[in-house]
Design a protein around this ligand. Structure first.
Ligand code: E4P
Length: 217
């Protein structure tokens, strides 16, 4: 499973990128707002750091507006993926932009039928939002499973990009189901390294080591 980082925080991206943990980046208008930076300037900096796809989201509501904004965002760098919402207008924009050979990420997907439409419209990525379904007491992972089955049934090439990930369990479950990509905030990716037994074991080893009175260096 590829790891995308769901942030516009360039310091956080750099730290994970140095470890080889960043296969791509996703941003959205809320994350750009949170960064406090200009969308083109911060997206360019991210694209210079990361060689994989970097999603930048359109904000127009009509297809022509999304297409124009998508073409403008695509000028930032070759690895820009244009993010459009899963609306009828977004599907039209997806069809046109993917037809021009551009990468398109169709976002705000909450149903298997929406994902089926996005694949038929030529989406490079479909972004089902797990956490926001969980927030409504639904199981976001069921959606990932359904889309995986449908895409495999018909050999769709659209990649499933599990989004709105809130926990390390989401990461594990997305990988078990076979999501192609998971996009997660930096703190969730870093938390995957944590285990209480690792900390406990390390503590015991260090206590015993101290008793030996030895030094390695
Ligand atoms: C995905 O591309 C979105 O940017 C993101 O995953 C949304 O996550 P949230 O529901 O935690 O805001």
């Amino acid at each position: 499973m590829k790891f995308f980082v769901d942030t516009a925080d360039t310091d956080a991206i750099a730290e994970l990128n140095d470890l080889g943990m960043v296969d791509g980046v996703t941003t959205n208008p809320s994350l750009i707002f949170k960064s406090g930076r200009d969308i083109k300037e911060v997206t360019k900096q991210i694209c210079d750091m990361v060689s994989g796809p970097v999603s930048a989201e359109t904000v127009a509501l009509d297809a022509d507006g999304m297409i124009a904004e998508g073409r403008e965002l695509a000028k930032i760098a070759d690895n820009i993926t244009i993010k459009v919402p899963l609306t009828w207008a977004g599907l039209k924009a997806c069809k046109v932009l993917s037809g021009e050979g551009r990468m398109v990420n169709v976002t705000l997907c909450f149903s298997a039928n929406q994902a089926l439409l996005a694949a038929k419209a030529g989406a490079t990525f479909i972004s089902p939002f797990i956490g926001r379904l969980d927030d409504l007491n639904l199981d976001g992972m069921d959606l990932i499973e359904e889309i995986r089955t449908i895409y495999d049934n018909y050999d769709f090439e659209t990649e499933i990009l599990a989004a709105s990930i809130r926990s390390v369990n989401h990461m594990k479950e997305a990988a078990l189901i076979g999501a192609d990509v998971a996009t997660a905030p930096p703190n969730v990716i870093k938390a995957m390294a944590n285990h209480a037994l690792t900390d406990k074991g390390l503590d015991a080893f260090l206590k015993d080591w101290e008793k030996t009175g030895q030094k390695i260096l």
